[in-house]
Design a protein around this ligand. Structure first.
Ligand SMILES: Nc1ncnc2c1ncn2[C@@H]1O[C@H](COP(=O)(O)OP(=O)(O)OP(=O)(O)O)[C@@H](O)[C@H]1O
Length: 465
């Protein structure tokens, strides 16, 4: 049997399964083209036609093929060559070259196949991505995709998580690794915004089909920030078609999103497809992981930061690695500007003020005394003096109370700090303040205010925060 006879046999089955109108619309225009080792190639008028068949008549086609060619039968589609050659839709630039033997039925023989520039730089790799519990699933899945891009179970792979935790880094690491390991594969990194812009341009020039065709040259598609699909109906439609075609041909699709797919407010058919593969989340790294990331970035910048300083920084920057990098860059800048100034705790503290609102420091009795004196507008020495003026006594008693609350000092040691008073005086002061908190709202508020200032380190020298 040749291809025409096989297709005739298929049509017999199809005619019995679909109504005449659908038959005329969807099957009459199909032309059988070739038959080779149980693979029948049919030509369809355009890509959307093929997609419609796959979406609505796949079962009928399977049955027809089984009847005509048995269980070994396979179907290959070919799109009828367009009159106009596909334009380039570069994110980067394209270099035209002749495709050797196109295995993809969508690559029309004889047509130039644009080489896709990946739109990547080599900066983000798996080697400079630090692994921790917070990211190991996403990292390992991304690595698995890069090791086997066109035969991966994780298709699509969606990496999601809050701002600044490495989504783009991992996405680009996938691209960089594939480009290195499989130089013949076309990899494309694109943000959803870039894709939308290309689409808008193509609509203006009536070349949307060409845009989608052009994207089919890609073996690995990396799409950043798919939350930008929200409210973009047309982008969702076109992306839906593209997604189906690429996935059908085992092209790897990796995407990032700032939220779990289930919370992504897009068309249901697209959302459900995004969930076909694997979704892996990135969460905030633990202190040790942050330290390791900072150490590796410092190393790359050839700066040395002592572990206590690193710990201090990482203690304060908890949820965003981009901020951690920002602090590092500032430190490098400041230390360079100030003639090789050392990156010490003081410098770190100054820089951190631009990144976090509250900087914890060790609360010492001196910090407390200074904070209280400033608050009540007193010279700090007055607290340790013999004066028995009412407002000084109150400030002294409050200071003793706070030193007891914030530090490990013994009653005896506290007495010494306040002009050599004995421990029973300290005890009495603490009890007095406790009673006042119960009975006097003004004192209660003063204390709340003072505690907040001490925690924020406001008493530690002028203009610190
Ligand atoms: N585990 C990690 N190891 C090394 N660097 C990391 C790690 N996680 C994040 N980074 C770095 O943090 C910075 C921010 O990461 P990235 O841009 O990938 O974040 P994102 O999650 O894509 O953020 P956004 O949601 O803002 O796009 C990058 O410079 C990246 O190299």
């Amino acid at each position: 049997m040749d291809h025409a006879a096989v297709w005739e046999k298929c049509l017999l089955i199809i005619r019995q399964s679909v109504d005449p109108q659908s038959y005329q619309t969807w099957f009459a225009p199909i032309r059988p083209i070739a038959l080779a080792t149980n693979e029948l190639t049919i030509q369809v008028p355009h890509r959307l036609f093929y997609e419609f068949l796959e979406e609505h008549y796949i079962d009928v086609l399977k049955r027809a093929l089984l009847a005509a060619l048995g269980t070994a039968g396979r179907l290959q589609y070919r799109i009828k060559p367009a009159r106009q050659e596909a334009s380039n839709f570069p994110v980067g630039k394209n270099v035209g070259h002749q495709a050797p033997t196109p295995s993809n039925p969508f690559v029309i023989p004889g047509m130039t196949r644009p080489r896709v520039e990946s739109n990547l730089d080599g900066k983000y790799t798996f080697e400079n991505f630090i692994e921790g519990d917070c990211n190991s699933l996403a990292r390992n899945a991304a690595k698995a995709v890069s090791d086997n891009p066109n035969n991966t179970a994780f298709n699509p792979l969606v990496i999601h998580g809050p701002v600044g935790l490495g989504k783009t880094h991992l996405l680009k690491a996938v691209g960089n690794r594939i480009t290195e390991k499989f130089p013949h594969k076309s990899v494309l990194y694109v943000t959803t915004d870039q894709f939308t812009n290309q689409l808008v341009t193509s609509i203006g020039s009536n070349t949307t089909n060409e845009l989608v065709n052009w994207y089919q040259n890609v073996d690995v598609l990396l799409v950043d920030d798919i939350q930008q699909l929200i409210k973009r109906k047309k982008t969702q439609d076109v992306f839906f078609n593209l997604f189906n075609v690429l996935r059908q041909h085992n092209k790897a699709i990796v995407m990032t999103c700032d939220r779990p797919i289930i919370e992504l407010d897009i068309e249901e058919r697209l959302r459900s497809r995004f969930q076909w593969g694997l979704t892996a989340d990135l969460s905030a790294p633990a202190l040790e992981t942050r330290m390791a990331i900072l150490a590796s970035k410092a190393n790359a910048n050839e700066v040395l930061i002592a572990p206590p300083v690193m710990e201090f920084i990482c203690y304060h920057i908890q949820n965003n690695i981009r901020q951690l990098e920002g602090v590092l860059n500032n430190l490098v800048l400041h230390s360079g500007v100030n003639n090789g100034k050392q990156i010490d705790l003081e410098l770190a503290r100054q820089v951190l003020k631009n990144f976090v609102t509250e900087i914890n420091r060790e609360v010492t009795p001196e910090v407390i005394q200074r904070t209280v004196a400033e608050y009540y507008n007193l010279d700090v020495e007055k607290l340790a003096s013999a004066t028995r003026r009412r407002h000084v006594v109150l400030a002294r008693q409050i200071s003793m109370f706070l030193v007891k609350q914030f530090t490990d000092e013994s009653l005896k040691a506290i007495g010494r700090l306040f002009g050599g008073r004995d421990h029973s005086t300290v005890l009495y002061s603490i009890k007095t303040v406790r009673d006042l908190i119960e009975t006097n709202d003004e004192i209660k508020n003063d204390l709340a205010d003072l505690e907040r200032r001490i925690r924020a380190g406001q008493g530690d020298g002028p203009g610190e925060l």
